[in-house]
Structure formats: structure tokens, C-alpha cells
Ligand binder design. Structure first.
Ligand SMILES: Cc1ncc(C[n+]2csc(CCOP(=O)(O)OP(=O)(O)O)c2C)c(N)n1
Length: 329
């Protein structure tokens, strides 16, 4: 039976955004990397798109989101323009941080995307600080902090969770369990496999959600955010997901077999899961998905083509935009 029109529109919107993230990151892997168009490495979240899209679309536009080294998907879902992201990654003057940040420092405050932070565990503290501000202002805003399961073992995360619980801060602690922290599998780094229980000693409710199913992510986070606006308090989610690419673009992946990755991709690709679901319940037909894929691919191709022609930063601008201007004398 076809879905209600509103649900169908929502699913199509999710589908479009997940494709945007996937195609953006495939362009990094397939074009920027072989052409050596960026320095260092880039951490791709291919396979984790349903978490970014489902969770961020459950939030208000003015809810701040803060991310990690693996944050392209979060930025795109929050509305950051892929063109300024490509320009940033390639170090161009037109990038969202004027080419000074690169792949791990995408930020755009105008979209309430408060930045990627590669220091593992660090962003939970920043999110708690923003949630304190939101609470004091009475803005009703909820702050979302994304991180991997590796961050759960850091003192910064645990201290932030404690303060968030103590001060009833409206912060969403969103853990993407992709099973590996660089090369270390979860079984070798955590004494507890039920990660959703990690925050129970602080009295923060934790919930495990299928991170490959965008609607399940969206519904779980929507419900929590609504409750948190009515009564400020932290919430913790663990999204079960997987990264289909290496830890970063230079990873040789000797810690897992190709068979494992292929099997995960075949069975759990969140975009494929959504396509099958939409086609099976007649939300869309196959042609609509093909049209959508072509349109989004063309959009990403065009964003890249523009950014790659953009100018480098001027040397005399090296120290501009590095520190915030003080607002008070
Ligand atoms: C405080 C700190 N320690 C170590 C590192 C090196 N490092 C970079 S990514 C990473 C693994 C992070 O794993 P996880 O939190 O699960 O996120 P994922 O990479 O899987 O998205 C580590 C240890 C770092 N960036 N920051």
C-alpha cells in the first residue's frame, strides 16, 4: 500500500540527501584522491548516511550540530553547500573556512553547523557548553553532538555526560557505532558491548537504534528532541552502523577482510535499504529513483567542477579569520 503523501515526501527528501552525501564522498574517493587535490587524508562516512540524515532532519533548523573528523555527511544534512565544502577540502579561498581548515574542519555557523572536531571525544564538551547557553537563553534549542564509539572511552566524553546530566542540559549525544576505531574493533576496546548502557550511571537514558534505517533514526531522535524541548535533559543514542570505506583515504584496511566489507555492503547499505522499501511500498517507482540519482550526481559534479577552478588563498590572508573578533572592549 502506498504511504501517506507526507511520509512519502519525507522519505524522498531523505533519499535525496543521502544520495548527496554518498556522491559527494565518492567524488573525494574517486576524483580528488587520485588527482591529489587535497593534502593529508579524508575520513569518509560512506555507509553512515542514514544516521546523519535521519538525526539531523529530526532537529530544528536552528538547533546546533557539532561533529567529528568523519563529518561531511553531518554538514551536508545540516544544509552546508557541497560546493563550499569541496573548495574547503581542496584548500581554496572560497571554502567555508577560506581553505584553512580542510576535510576535518568543515564549519558553517550560518547553517548552525558548528564544525567538525578531529580531537576524539572533544565535541561532547563543546555541545554541553552550547546546550548550557541554549538552556540559559530559554531558546528551546537542542544541541546534537555526533561521535564514534571510540569516543565513548575518552574522559572528555564521560565528564561531559556527567555535567550534562547534573545541569539537565538539552544535549543529544549521538554515537555512531561503525564497529572500528581506526583498526581497533569494538570487542577489543570496550568492556561493555551494550553501549547504550554507558550513560546509565549518570541517569541519562540510552537507546540503541538501527543506524542503517533512516526512518527509524528519524523517529527515535524526533521523539527525544520533542521531549527535551519540553523538559531539558540529555539523551544518548547508539546507532548501529558500518563504514564501507577505510578509516581514512590512506587506510590499507588490514584489520578486516574484504569479504566482511562486501557482505556488509550487500546486506546493510542504507541507501539500498531505503530504495527497496520505497519501491516495494509504491512510494516511488524505479524511474523516479534513477532520475533522482542522475539529478543529484549532476549537482555534485557541478559543485566539484566549480570548486576545482577556484583560486588559492592569498598569502597575506594567512592570519585573517583565525581568531574571533572580540565583541566587547
Ligand atoms: C584525543 C584523540 N586521541 C586519538 C586520536 C587519533 N584518532 C583519530 S580518529 C580515531 C578513532 C576514532 O574512532 P571513533 O571514535 O570510533 O570514530 P570513527 O573514526 O569510527 O568515526 C583516533 C583514535 C584523536 N584524533 N584524538
Amino acid at each position: 500500500m502506498a504511504r501517506k503523501k507526507k511520509d512519502a515526501e519525507l522519505l524522498l527528501h531523505f533519499y535525496e540527501d543521502m544520495l548527496r552525501i554518498r556522491f559527494f564522498e565518492e567524488k573525494i574517493r574517486d576524483v580528488l584522491l587520485p588527482k591529489k587535490l587535497f593534502r593529508g587524508s579524508s575520513h569518509l562516512g560512506i555507509g553512515q548516511e542514514a544516521v546523519a540524515v535521519g538525526a539531523i532532519h529530526a532537529l530544528r533548523e536552528d538547533d546546533p550540530v557539532i561533529s567529528t573528523h568523519r563529518g561531511h555527511g553531518h554538514a551536508i544534512a545540516k544544509g552546508v553547500d557541497p560546493y563550499v565544502m569541496f573548495a574547503e577540502i581542496m584548500g581554496r579561498r572560497t571554502g567555508c573556512c577560506k581553505g584553512k581548515g580542510g576535510s576535518m574542519h568543515i564549519a558553517d555557523a550560518s547553517k548552525h553547523f558548528m564544525g567538525e572536531n578531529p580531537v576524539v571525544g572533544s565535541n561532547a564538551g563543546m555541545a554541553a557548553g552550547m546546550a548550557l547557553a541554549a538552556r540559559l537563553e530559554g531558546s528551546g534549542r537542542v544541541v546534537a553532538s555526533f561521535f564514534g564509539e571510540g569516543a565513548l572511552n575518552t574522559g572528555a566524553f564521560l565528564e561531559s555526560a556527567n555535567m550534562a546530566a547534573l545541569w539537565s542540559l538539552p544535549v543529544l549525544l549521538l554515537c555512531e557505532n561503525n564497529r572500528y576505531a581506526i583498526s581497533v574493533p569494538l570487542e577489543k576496546s570496550s568492556s561493555l558491548m551494550e553501549l547504550e548502557n554507558r550513560t546509565c550511571s549518570y541517569g541519562i537514558p540510552g537507546q540503541k537504534v538501527n543506524g542503517m534505517h533512516v526512518m527509524q533514526v528519524y523517529e527515535a531522535v524526533s521523539k527525544a528532541a520533542e521531549e527535551m524541548r519540553a523538559e531539558p535533559a540529555p539523551r544518548f543514542f547508539v546507532f548501529d552502523t558500518y563504514r564501507f570505506e577505510g578509516h581514512h583515504t590512506a587506510d590499507k584496511e588490514s584489520y578486516r577482510t574484504e569479504d566482511e566489507t562486501i557482505a556488509q555492503f550487500r546486506e546493510r547499505d542504507p541507501i539500498h535499504i531505503l530504495e527497496v522499501e520505497m519501491i516495494d511500498d509504491h512510494t516511488v517507482d524505479l524511474d523516479t529513483t534513477i532520475d533522482m540519482r542522475e539529478r543529484v550526481q549532476a549537482e555534485i559534479d557541478e559543485a566539484y567542477a566549480r570548486a576545482v577552478e577556484d583560486p588559492w588563498p592569498n598569502p597575506e590572508d594567512a592570519l585573517t579569520g583565525v581568531y574571533a573578533e572580540p565583541e566587547v572592549e
